[in-house]
Design a protein around this ligand. Structure first.
Ligand code: AVI
Length: 321
């Protein structure tokens, strides 16, 4: 469901990026490919894990501060479009949508998702949950669909990018992403962006190295997907999950470590692994508040407000163009 890459990303692109990543030094994968049907289900399990504090923290913000967020957005009055990048099943944003409707705000919701299946589900379920909601689902790439939304109407834009998805980019990729976003937006448009904050390193590490091994399965599932969709022959027992958090840089990284010298065949191409060689599977970058401010500044935004959970684990920052 949530981040499923099905259909919209072709197998050719999947194969090319997988081979490029595995031929690079050091080896890496693209975490966007985690989200096939099984990956979506495992990610649901991750979000329900005791160790994975991020979802509850952001849910708390949406549940209890939706009214304040609505007031911040609607402060200057006027109609607006609310555009959510990677809307998934909208479980968090639905609290905002409800509050906007209760407060009679004049807005149209545009959920954007790379998965056609996710958009079809939203089209079915949102009218049942929120009959008064005016919305239009957009299926495709974030930036293409955002441009489409700017063509549909010239109203002020409020963009939601939640779930700490910005953390799955390294700091320079995040900067490039925010600069691109800024270029599409107009003066006075707003971005609400979720960041997982730097905190006790043990707590962060535990979220990506859970006792039950769910995050391990999440990583190994990508090897399985490659075997199935790209005609690969990874031996899943020959790789082990390793997560690491560096409190200085804020980078939490997941790796798969090769347990022996081995050769894997993917779609006719051979990839050699030495014993103990690693594949970098994913980065989940954590931020301190000054780093969020620096990111906003270099990409042409001003931070106007932070909404945080009580424990200060997570923030949804409000940035203005
Ligand atoms: C989707 N993304 C914000 C998650 C994260 O925390 O980086 C993906 C994830 N990977 C392992 N656990 C969760």
């Amino acid at each position: 469901m949530m981040f499923s890459t099905e259909k919209t990303i072709t197998n050719t692109q999947f194969l090319q990026e997988t081979l490029a990543g595995l031929n690079a030094e050091p080896k890496r994968m693209y975490s966007k490919y985690f989200y096939d049907e099984t990956g979506d289900l495992i990610f649901q399990q991750i979000m329900n894990m005791d160790e994975y504090y991020l979802t509850d923290a952001e849910m708390e913000i949406m549940k209890y501060q939706a009214s304040a967020i609505a007031d911040t957005i609607s402060g200057e009055g006027g109609a607006f479009d609310l555009i959510e990048l990677g809307a998934g099943d909208a479980t968090k944003s639905i609290h905002l949508l409800k509050k906007f409707i209760d407060k009679n705000l004049d807005f149209k919701y545009f959920p954007i998702d790379i998965s056609a299946h996710v958009i079809a589900d939203l089209e079915l379920n949102l009218p049942l949950k929120l009959p008064a909601l005016n919305f239009q689902g957009l299926n495709g790439d974030y930036f293409e669909m955002l441009k489409r939304a700017t063509e549909i109407s010239e109203r002020k834009k409020v963009v939601l990018f939640m779930g700490a998805n910005i953390g799955n980019m390294n700091v320079s990729e995040a900067q490039e992403f925010c600069v691109n976003l800024r270029q599409i937006l107009a003066p006075d448009d707003i971005l609400i962006i979720g960041f997982d904050l730097k905190k006790n390193p043990q707590q962060i590490l535990a979220a990506y190295n859970d006792k039950a091994g769910i995050t391990r399965s999440f990583n190994l599932n990508l090897l399985n997907r490659i075997n199935r969709e790209l005609d690969g022959n990874f031996d899943l027992n020959a790789f082990e999950h390793y997560a690491n958090y560096d409190p200085e840089t804020g980078a939490c990284k997941s790796y798969l470590i090769s347990l022996k010298n081995q050769t894997v065949n993917i779609g006719g191409s051979e990839i050699h692994f030495s014993k103990d060689e690693y594949i970098c599977m994913e980065i989940s970058q954590k931020y301190a508040q000054p780093e969020i401010e620096a990111l906003a500044r270099v990409s042409g935004f001003k931070v106007t407000r932070y909404f945080s959970d009580q424990q200060k684990y997570f923030v949804d920052a409000v940035w203005k163009v």
